[in-house]
Write a protein that binds this ligand. Sequence first.
Ligand SMILES: [Zn+2]
Length: 71
Amino acid sequence: MSGGMNGKPKRVPVLKKSECSRCHAPFVAGQTCIEIPQVGLGYSTGKRVCDECFQGILKKTWDDLEVIKVI
Ligand SMILES: [Zn+2]
């Protein structure tokens, strides 16, 4: 397993104070957040979002899939 293409979101521990890159909710050390790999960027710095935003992103993705299904 090498970190390459096809990164998928994963739950990661928050090691230092930061914030959700979508809603800017504060993250504190000790909690977890979801890291979404940024496709197309050379860096492996994923976008970190809170659970709530991740659910929103999942729902949007699902809605998009539903649209595709209709076609
Ligand atoms: Zn958020």
